[in-house]
Design a protein around this ligand. Structure first.
Ligand SMILES: Nc1ncnc2c1ncn2[C@@H]1O[C@H](COP(=O)(O)OP(=O)(O)OP(=O)(O)O)[C@@H](O)[C@H]1O
Length: 272
């Protein structure tokens, strides 16, 4: 990611010279990020590179130690972050729901901004229609009545994406959405994401993954992170190269890009 991306529209979110220090450790180091409407970013890097931390910062869940983060033109620290978070859908693998809420009710909690349905809260007919339509477009209409506790990993992932989309966010953040999915569930998820970005052309997305095979064909941009620093950022075709990915993971990796999708395998010692 870079502050020097394409110039189409003002950024949905922008981080400028951001450092993030926790327990004396610099987890992010001079990170510059700008995500514009309609851009679909992949955030890649080895374990511990700082990907989830950066996603949390983009989701206004954390404040930078130095530098600035601007969400929809509002600088963090000067605005009510709860208000800002309403414009950002954040899907994490750590959704702490333990009750057997139906799939549809889980989606509806996206409207109340809560994990459980709040007592005495009931959705408007419009919110109910929206939940149904999102479940339809994510291919999970059959899960309307299914209890959360019985859903598979892949089903939960798609329910949480529908939930995150309830408030019609401008930015959707996805933390390893395909982790642990079998190949069919992964392909269903990626098709759902491709369809979603087609239906909502102004939506911006940032997807964290370790695996290039888990990138939707709609990915437009990529950023490689290593040791809290951005190794490369820009249009996916310029960044997802054998040479740059080899540098990022410090291991020879050969990248192939075919029919819009990427895959990676062991490369030769000399990076291309
Ligand atoms: N609160 C904290 N205090 C100290 N160190 C932290 C804290 N939170 C995260 N870290 C460290 O920061 C680094 C980056 O963590 P982060 O989870 O962002 O990496 P990641 O790229 O998402 O990793 P992974 O691919 O393994 O999920 C790690 O070394 C982690 O141990």
């Amino acid at each position: 990611m870079s502050a020097h991306g394409t110039d189409q529209g003002s950024p949905v979110i922008e981080a400028a010279d951001v450092d993030l220090v926790r327990s004396g450790k610099r987890i992010l180091d001079t990170v510059n990020v700008a995500v514009r409407p309609g851009e679909h970013w992949a955030l890649l890097g080895p374990n511990g590179a700082g990907k989830s931390t950066l996603l949390g910062l983009l989701g206004a869940q954390q404040h930078p130690t130095r530098g600035s983060v601007t969400v929809l033109g509002h600088r963090l620290g000067r605005v009510d972050v709860r208000e800002l978070r309403g414009h950002i859908g954040h899907v994490t693998p750590h959704h702490d729901l333990r009750s057997p809420l139906s799939g549809r009710n889980v989606v509806l909690t996206g409207a109340s901004g809560s994990i459980e349905l709040p007592p005495r809260w009931s959705p408007t007919p419009e919110q109910e229609r929206r939940a149904d339509s999102l479940m339809e477009s994510l291919g999970i209409a059959s899960l309307r009545e299914a209890p959360w506790t019985t859903l598979s990993h892949g089903e939960r992932g798609r329910v949480l994406i529908a939930r995150a989309l309830m408030p019609t966010p401008r930015l959707l953040l996805l933390d390893e959405p395909a982790a642990g999915l079998d190949v069919a569930a992964r392909e269903q998820l990626l098709s759902s994401l491709d369809r979603l970005t087609h239906e909502r052309p102004e939506l911006a997305t940032v997807l964290v993954t370790h695996h290039l095979e888990e990138l939707p064909a709609s990915t437009t941009h990529a950023a490689l992170l290593r040791g809290g620093q951005v190794v490369a950022a820009g249009e996916s075709g310029d960044v997802l190269t054998s040479k740059l990915v080899t540098t990022c993971f410090d291991h020879p990796i050969a990248i192939e890009h075919r029919d819009g999708r990427w895959n990676a395998r062991a490369g030769t010692a000399g990076p291309r």
